[in-house]
Design a protein around this ligand. Structure first.
Ligand SMILES: C[S@@+](CC[C@H](N)C(=O)[O-])C[C@H]1O[C@@H](n2cnc3c(N)ncnc32)[C@H](O)[C@@H]1O
Length: 199
């Protein structure tokens, strides 16, 4: 259930990074919520892609909240350490690996401090339907909603709606649709990528 890897669905995350990057100018802080973050592969991938788009200096204004139900505490420990085995990093392009990771020991790499400190883990159960914060510029929730029954999916997506700023973005996996109950709350931004804008 916690299956994930670095650069998974990177075309969705890359497009979201582009959209968010276009709006960074003039904003004091950019707040992102990655809901169902597993061991942190996804929030760190998004951090890398956004940093590539806006540069380290502007990236200082970004904060990514990575949340998960994390029943064993393993996700929190891993994200706080920021250390991943070499085999988990195989899909990361070489130049990106060299720029954003440092060798930790023979078999593992550590994410660079500039990025690491921008990703904060919060233990959170989506089905409690209580946002731990609001005012997000974007929410990423991929490969999580499909595990919920339809009525819960609608409630969780409605919670995302209220947690986003006006005009904020919701990115989900390609097969996920906006339920008919929420059709007046989100519009799809692009025909080919599952990114929706809060109406
Ligand atoms: C398949 S992983 C997806 C990881 C990542 N988002 C991705 O796309 O690669 C699903 C994650 O959702 C988390 N999850 C499942 N139910 C949850 C809930 N009720 N609240 C928060 N997270 C949950 C699991 O712990 C797991 O880490």
């Amino acid at each position: 259930m916690a299956f994930s890897f670095f650069f998974r669905d990177h075309f969705i995350l890359e497009r979201l990074a582009e959209v968010v990057a276009n709006e960074v100018l003039g904003k004091k802080e950019i707040k992102i919520w990655d809901a169902g973050c597993a061991l942190g592969q996804e929030p760190f991938t998004f951090a890398i892609l956004l940093s590539e788009k806006v540069g380290y200096f502007t990236f200082k204004r970004v904060k990514i909240y990575a949340t998960d139900i994390d029943e064993t505490g393993e996700f929190e420990r891993t994200i706080k350490a920021g250390i991943y085995p070499k085999k988990d990093l195989e899909r990361i392009p070489n130049e990106i690996l060299e720029k954003y990771f440092i060798k930790y020991d023979e078999d593992s790499y550590k994410i660079v401090e500039e990025l690491h400190r921008k990703v904060v883990f919060v233990k959170h159960n989506l089905l409690d339907l209580k946002p731990f914060e609001t005012g997000f510029d974007a929410i990423i929730c991929k490969n999580v909603l499909l595990h919920f029954i339809y009525s819960d999916r609608v409630k969780v997506m409605e919670m995302f709606y209220w947690s986003l700023k006006d005009g904020g973005y919701l990115a989900v996996e390609q097969t996920q649709k906006i339920p008919k109950e929420l059709e007046n709350k989100f519009v799809q931004l692009f025909g080919d990528v599952s990114i929706f804008k809060k109406v």
